[in-house]
Design a binder for this molecule. Structure first.
Ligand SMILES: *Cc1c(COP(=O)(O)O)cnc(C)c1O
Length: 385
């Protein structure tokens, strides 16, 4: 197989470290569901999921049946898969057949699930997602009694596996009143279950931010996305942690991701010459530049034109000119030892220097999550110790 123009390495020891940290924070009673939607936030489902299993994860959450199928293909038989978002009606029998659990956020879905479970001859496992104030998906209060009655009547075919909700903005202190309100409404749903004497097997509402900063939102399971990849959900959550632990700084969460390529060509550019398309960069002195074999079509943001940096021999090499579709150039005049084929770090650490995703996203206005999740699935991912 021929080589791709860049590659992503996932550091297993860093991931193990993150999971240990999260477990220590939440206590050992709650299940950690690893949220691997958006191709595992760009880390790559196919590589990430088996690595996570080696670190003790046995529950994966995805946004769609399409992603569930990808996880199913690479996970071991012991892991559970939960679809939090879209599954089309015609795919419900497939989910039941493969023990894949899914969110139900409207009443209409239940009779269809019942019919599918009967057809497959196996019970369906559903998580009722309730509306508590995020107003995206979530079953409204007015339909809940009807749902509980339905579940009670058809227990043989539909397992009430979970009762859940999702916080809209738990990463920000200024949303705290809204998060508290959502939690309160969730508790009211739980009370209705108790009153009706039909309880879910597991209760789960916390995402990374809630799990790390609001201990009382940790029920039987937490759904952890961004934190497991080594990112604090927000400065608010990081500072809350520092406050709680009485520390000045904390490196408990470690990035597991490094994005690399190699120098494709090296050339000299005379003073006064322009580099690449147009006239956006003119050499003010005689320069040596290195050509990178990737561009915006490979997930490298065009907004980093004339702004970003890469690492070569542990030194920062600034981007000169525009990011092209498949190429961009960097200034290596000050890196005399650079040679054709040398390794380049686009995101991550090299020797004593580091390029963070945040340094990337500060200048592009992208969210960390957005930047990572846009990295093309075609880039090969590998695990390193
Ligand atoms: C994405 C998502 C999560 C994980 O969120 P993080 O902030 O990345 O931990 C949890 N629950 C639901 C429903 C989600 O969509």
């Amino acid at each position: 197989m021929v080589k791709h123009s860049s590659r992503i390495e996932l550091k297993q020891s860093a991931y193990k470290n993150n999971i240990n940290f999260i477990k220590k924070k939440i206590g050992d009673k709650a299940i950690v569901s690893s949220v691997v939607k958006a191709n595992a936030y760009g880390h790559g489902i196919r590589t990430f999921v088996p690595m996570a299993e080696k670190c003790g994860i046995q529950h994966f959450s995805v946004a769609s049946s399409f992603e569930a199928e990808e996880v199913l293909r690479v996970c071991s038989g012991n892991s559970r898969i939960m679809i939090m978002g879209i599954i089309y009606e015609e795919d419900i029998p497939w989910a039941i057949e493969n023990n894949i659990e899914f969110f139900v956020y409207n009443y209409e879905r239940l009779p269809k699930t019942l019919a599918a479970a009967k057809k497959v001859g196996k019970p369906a496992k559903v998580h009722i997602e309730v509306e508590t104030g995020a107003n995206r998906t979530g079953l409204p209060q007015k339909d809940f009694l009807k749902v509980l009655n339905f579940l009670k009547k058809h227990q043989e075919h539909i397992i009430f596996e979970g009762l859940c909700t999702h916080f809209g903005g738990a990463e920000s202190v200024s949303n705290q009143f809204k998060i508290d309100m959502q939690h309160k409404r969730y508790k009211a749903f739980l009370k209705q279950c108790r009153d009706k004497k039909i309880m879910p097997n597991i209760r789960h509402i916390a995402c990374s931010a809630a799990a790390l900063a609001m201990q009382d939102t940790v029920y039987d399971m937490v759904r952890i996305g961004v934190a497991q990849y080594g990112f604090w959900p927000s400065p608010d959550i990081y500072f809350a942690h520092l406050h709680e632990t009485n520390k000045k700084a904390d490196a408990s969460l470690k990035r597991i991701f490094t994005w690399k390529t190699d120098i494709m060509d090296i050339r000299d550019v005379e003073q006064g010459e322009f580099i690449g398309y147009g006239t956006s960069f003119q050499a003010t002195h005689k320069m040596t530049i290195a050509v990178m074999p990737l561009g915006y079509s490979n997930g490298y943001p065009r907004a980093l034109s004339n702004r970003g940096q890469v690492l070569i021999h542990g030194k920062k090499a600034p981007i000169v000119g525009l990011i092209n579709m498949n190429l961009f150039m960097v200034d290596i005049t000050h890196i005399k030892e650079a040679q054709l084929g040398d390794e380049v770090v686009l995101i991550g650490r090299q020797n004593n220097n580091v390029i963070n995703v945040s340094s990337f996203t500060n200048s592009t206005q992208l969210l960390n999550n957005e930047m990572l999740s846009r990295l093309p699935a075609a880039i090969p991912r590998t695990v390193v110790k």
